[in-house]
Write a protein that binds this ligand. Structure first.
Ligand code: ADP
Ligand code: ZN
Ligand code: ZN
Length: 754
């Protein structure tokens, strides 16, 4: 890397034995830098504290990693000053952050600063938010229409859409999330006087004021008691151990978590409960708060000020339990006795930007560091966890039955190859319609699942064959009927739906295929007088929508809920007696080695949504691949046989959990630049001993399955190693570059290779 040399402090000064601090600086290098500790800072420079250090002529912040008395080999520059009295990182979070950096090949300075909220690092504690609003809504609307098809306006246009739909301004974080943009288009629009920013008091954290009536523990079921009998002694032993709580949906896993949490707190220790963001609903939190009142909830929609406040409460020891998505694993708690990862199979536990850690592996590491019990919970264990069990690293505790004897729903598979389906695009089999009729007339509620958003999924000219595709990504555009626009699901780019073919001007443009919007519309047509609602990325982006849908479903206002995987997760409605899977094939067709696993998990989760009350539930799965092992096993609720099948497949190709993957992705507007850097790495790798002796295999370089994304050409190179250590040793040799023309990213243990 250019300028590498100047990162090493030079400059000769004193050479006597001195205190020497190793510092992980906030620059992209993989090693620590050494500095002398000036006398007046002795005692303040301790591991985990932030310091300011010189690099060349710059001053940079960094975290102190170690302090030792040494005779330095060369002369050392002194560090400048210490930024806080009490280190933000505890010995455990420091060790964990360094492990993350090493294991995932991330610069340690970057990995460590990701552990402390920005507002804490910058000393911003005030509870203010930035509100973004339109200066003149009518003018903004016109402007947006004028530039609808201009490539350079895509992100600005999304910002305007979000603001126009919101009506009266949005908080900056909301704009960034809803419009899926960086701040740059907002800045541009502000300079052009289209939007303005205003500081406003932060919105109250919607989860902060939950009512939590204290509740009593129920009498445990036999299975729950057996699981706790196994776990409590391990918790008390204060030694690292890890278990999987493998329990079907509704088997009472959460009750086991609650009892473990209570025991941990009673023993004077602290705990972390990780859940997928999507599960952080008022419903789940109220349940936790009813039993464990002093909890810090760290969800991603917190304002900066609220995040800082929650973090501070943990840091000060005022609360002893952190609940949140993956980043809550780094909570500044001391004396952690218990770490729970619920829904451990969820891929959202993997962070998709540097440091690209997986919270499951990092949780196991924190458990080792803290001598804690780590409990992974799920109905459908990941193949990685199955691999850990097979190797004897963790054990499995089972909750095979639903609490209260509720039975798992009967699952029927409908072979769509032999169906004469009804509805647009043939979305309903006759059997499904019949069962829907029955369920409704028995007073039940229905969920229809399809993992595809929008109205039509293919827009095609019947005259010349033109297809509406994104010019920035290799994907077809999806038509949304309500807004009559075409949207790219990869980059969010959108344009007006064409009245005629843009190539041959033929008016015969055909809209076909279906997503949830069309399913909902067709359902309304087939069941007039019934209340049909939709729950997908589009409808959920409105503020308060998840809570409203949940409430209306629970109150029986909604008869039929159509949704994507948002619906598959966590909705616990006793009166849902039928779940229809419109198509089980959407995930199966994805060319990723995890597509079978995804499909199996999704089918099991969807099935778990029904029959949660006293009535028996039923599931109908429509598919064109009825023999597929994922679908067959899901229909029998048979995880064991699916795991056996899938692990054999993985072993055959040395995919995880057998092999360990590192994926190197090169992205560039210029395909040749991406190809070149990977070809060079590949050539270089030929001389590595691990490659020469065959321990490590290389696949590629090849174009990624999604070869173009947001205008970037994408190629990748895959290394498959036999064990974790071998793979760790490769990481420092891989190219890392990020500039305008080329970005190389390294993804260890990727959850997808698209
Ligand atoms: P899971 O987390 O495995 O999906 P839950 O913990 O949500 O299962 O339990 C399902 C339902 O059963 C919940 O409504 C819960 O309150 C209830 N429940 C759990 N354990 C018991 C028990 N021992 N006795 C009575 N009800 C229980
Ligand atoms: Zn045409
Ligand atoms: Zn696109």
């Amino acid at each position: 890397m250019e300028g590498q040399e100047e990162l090493f402090p030079q400059e000769a000064e004193a050479c006597a034995p001195c205190l020497l601090a190793e510092v992980a600086v906030a620059v992209p290098v993989l090693h620590h830098l050494s500095y002398a500790v000036p006398e007046h800072l002795t005692g303040k420079v301790v591991p985990g504290v932030r310091v300011r250090v010189p690099i060349g002529s710059r001053r940079v912040t960094g975290f102190v990693v170690t302090v030792a008395t040494k005779i330095p080999e060369g002369a050392l520059k002194p560090l400048h000053d210490v930024l806080e009295e009490r280190p933000f990182l505890t010995p455990a979070t420091l060790a964990l952050g360094l492990w993350v950096a090493r294991y995932y090949g991330a610069p340690p300075g970057e990995a460590l600063s990701a552990l402390v909220p920005a507002a804490i690092r910058h000393g911003r504690r005030q509870k203010m938010d930035v509100l973004v609003e339109l200066v003149d809504a009518a003018a903004a609307k016109t402007l947006r229409e004028q530039h609808a098809d201009a490539a350079s306006w895509q992100s600005r246009s999304r910002v305007l859409r979000a603001l126009l739909e919101a009506g009266d301004g949005l908080r900056l974080q909301e704009v960034l999330r809803i419009a899926n943009v960086t701040v740059s288009p907002i800045n541009t629009l502000e300079r052009a006087d289209v939007v303005r920013r205003r500081r406003v008091p932060a919105l109250a954290d919607p989860l902060a004021n939950l009512r939590a009536c204290p509740t009593q523990a129920p009498t445990l079921t036999g299975d729950q008691s057996a699981a706790l009998d196994a776990l409590l002694p391990r918790l008390d032993a204060r030694k690292f151990s890890a278990s999987l709580l493998h329990g079907v949906t509704g088997s009472g896993k959460t009750e086991v978590y609650l009892q473990l949490l209570e025991r941990t707190l009673a023993a004077g220790r602290t705990a972390i409960l990780l859940v997928p963001e999507i599960a952080l609903t008022p419903q789940t939190l109220e349940r936790i708060l009813g039993r464990v009142p002093d909890v810090a909830v760290l969800h991603s929609n917190l304002s900066e000020g609220d995040r800082a406040e929650q973090w501070q409460r943990l840091f000060d020891g005022r609360v002893k339990v952190a609940v949140g998505p993956r980043s809550a694993l780094f909570a500044p708690l001391r004396n952690v006795g218990l770490i729970i990862l619920d829904e451990e199979h969820e891929t959202t536990f993997k962070q998709q930007q540097s440091p690209r850690y997986h919270a499951r592996d990092a949780a196991l590491e924190r458990g080792r560091i803290e001598n804690a019990l780590v409990l992974l919970g799920t109905a459908t264990p990941s193949m990685e966890t199955e691999g850990l069990i097979a190797r004897g690293s963790i054990d499995r505790l089972q909750l095979p039955n639903r609490v209260g004897g509720g039975v798992l729903p009967a699952v029927g598979i409908v072979d769509m190859r032999y169906e004469k389906p009804v509805g647009p695009g043939g979305m309903f089999s006759r059997i499904l319609l019949h069962e829907m009729d029955e369920a409704l007339s028995d007073g039940g509620q229905i969920m229809l699942f399809l993992n595809r958003r929008g109205f039509s999924t293919t827009v095609l000219c019947r005259q010349c064959g033109w297809q509406a595709a994104c010019d920035q990504c290799s994907i077809q555009l999806t038509h949304y009927r309500r807004s009559d626009r075409l949207l790219c699901h990869y980059c969010g780019r959108e344009r007006a739906a064409p009245q005629q073919c843009p190539d041959c001007k033929s008016p015969h443009v055909r809209y076909s295929g279906f997503g949830t919007e069309k399913v909902a519309e067709a359902t309304r047509g087939l069941f007039p007088g019934r209340c049909v609602e939709r729950m997908d990325g589009e409808t959920l982006s409105k503020r308060g929508a998840p809570e409203r849908i949940y409430r209306e479903l629970k109150d029986g206002k909604i008869d039929i809920l159509v949704g994507t995987q948002a619906l598959a997760k966590g909705l616990d409605i006793p009166n849902v007696t039928l779940v229809g899977v419109i198509s089980a094939d959407t995930a199966l067709l994805i060319p990723d080695f995890r597509s079978s696993e995804r499909t199996f998990q999704l089918m099991c989760q969807v099935a778990g949504r029904c029959g949660r009350g006293s009535q028996k539930g039923q599931v109908i799965i429509q598919t064109f691949c009825p023999e597929h092992p994922s679908i067959q096993a899901a229909a029998r609720h048979d995880h064991a046989s699916f795991a056996t099948f899938e692990l054999a497949q993985r072993r055959e190709h040395s995919y995880p959990p057998t092999g360990h993957l590192v994926r190197v992705v090169a992205e560039s507007p210029n395909d040749e630049a991406a190809a070149k850097v990977l070809a060079a790495t590949r050539a270089d790798a030929q001389s590595w001993p691990e490659i020469q002796d065959g321990r490590v295999q290389v696949l590629g370089p090849a174009p990624c399955p999604i070869p173009q994304l947001k205008g970037q050409h994408r190629r990748h190179l895959l290394f498959i190693g036999p064990d974790a250590d071998t793979v760790t040793a490769l990481l420092p040799r891989l190219p890392r570059r990020s500039g305008k023309g080329l970005k190389v990213l390294i993804d260890r243990d990727p959850v997808a290779v698209m």
